[in-house]
Design a protein around this ligand. Structure first.
Ligand code: NAD
Length: 291
């Protein structure tokens, strides 16, 4: 069994971007600039946005963090996004999800200019991705592809089983893995909360992408010998022994599943850091598109 180490691979992606950014500076070109909007005081969101801003600094990107009150009206938020859309210096805009209940996520996503949609959630980005046109790929699935590519995982003709069909992970990764390019050319089965015979389907999988948000859901008796397992899940589970009061659990029962796998991602340190690396790649591309 070999770990698919997201920390190492994300660092190498960021190192590469750092070199490319230094080259841009030497050539007198624009420095990539990510603007992140954080609404309210959600602890997990604070952590994610903090890591994104820190990665920008590491690479040499400019970043702007905009903190907004959790009671901000939808109109005021959309106004702020439009200001960023109009600001030439800003290349990428991300609005950290989840949003407060009174704000409609769809409206927020659709207000971000498609050319600055570095999270890849805008319907235009998704449509372009589905049709194989140049597009911002959603960061988490894109990060998974970068990880598979780095370890030269053989995907061609393999059966990939994706558990979960959300717009941000399950559905886009299922489309990406079925594409006629590498990493891809898989036969893909998408499973969800209404899939009756999940265990039998998982047992046929060469590659399993677990993205359902149920801690330690994927057990050893659901995985065939030699499978590649990618664990997307991040759930905070109460743990009084920890200073923070919680521990992070993935969707895979790692200790039991890992010995059966050829490759497996750990949680933390697998898909999480790759999501940030992919976001940085998208921000760089958004900037370079203005050259
Ligand atoms: P979601 O709640 O939007 O979707 C979950 C999906 O899982 C749904 O499509 C549902 O049909 C399916 N599902 C639920 N229970 C199931 C079951 N028993 N059997 C089969 N399918 C089932 O979740 P999401 O936003 O896609 O996130 C999934 C997990 O990935 C969460 O833990 C989330 O925190 C994590 N996540 C991690 C990253 C990262 O960077 N590592 C990024 C995004 C999401």
């Amino acid at each position: 069994m070999q770990l698919l180490d997201g920390k190492i691979v994300s660092q190498s992606v960021k190192d590469r971007l750092k070199v490319l950014t230094e080259e841009r500076i030497q050539e007198g070109k624009k420095v990539p600039h990510l603007a992140a909007i954080l609404i309210g005081n959600n602890g997990a969101s604070e952590t994610y946005v903090g890591s994104k801003v820190k990665s920008c600094a590491e690479i040499g990107f400019k970043s702007t963090l905009i903190r907004l009150d959790e009671h901000i009206s939808e109109n005021d938020l959309l106004f702020k996004i439009n200001e960023l859309n109009d600001d030439f210096d800003v290349d990428g805009i991300l609005v950290q999800l989840p949003l407060p209940k009174h704000i409609e996520e769809r409206k927020v996503i659709e207000t971000i200019l498609a050319s600055k949609d570095v999270d890849g959630f805008h319907p235009e980005s998704v449509g372009r991705m589905v049709q194989g046109l140049p597009a911002f790929y959603p960061a988490t699935p894109y990060g998974i592809l970068l990880l598979l590519e780095h370890y030269e995982i053989d995907t061609i003709g393999k059966h990939a089983v994706v558990i979960g069909r959300s717009n941000i992970v399950g559905r886009p990764i299922s489309i990406m893995l079925s594409k006629n390019e590498y990493p891809g050319n898989c036969t893909v089965t998408v499973c969800h909360s209404h899939t009756p015979n999940l265990k039998e389907i998982c047992l046929q999988a060469d590659i399993i992408i677990a993205a359902l948000g149920k801690p330690e859901f994927l057990k050893a008796d659901m995985v065939k010998e030699g499978a590649v397992v990618v664990d997307v899940g991040i759930t905070r589970v109460a743990d009084p022994s920890k200073k923070s009061g919680f521990t992070i659990k993935g969707d895979v029962d790692f200790d039991a599943v890992a010995p059966k796998c050829s490759y497996i991602t750990p949680v933390p340190g697998g898909v999480g850091p790759m999501t940030i690396a992919a976001l940085m790649m998208n921000t760089f591309k958004a900037c370079a598109a203005k050259d």
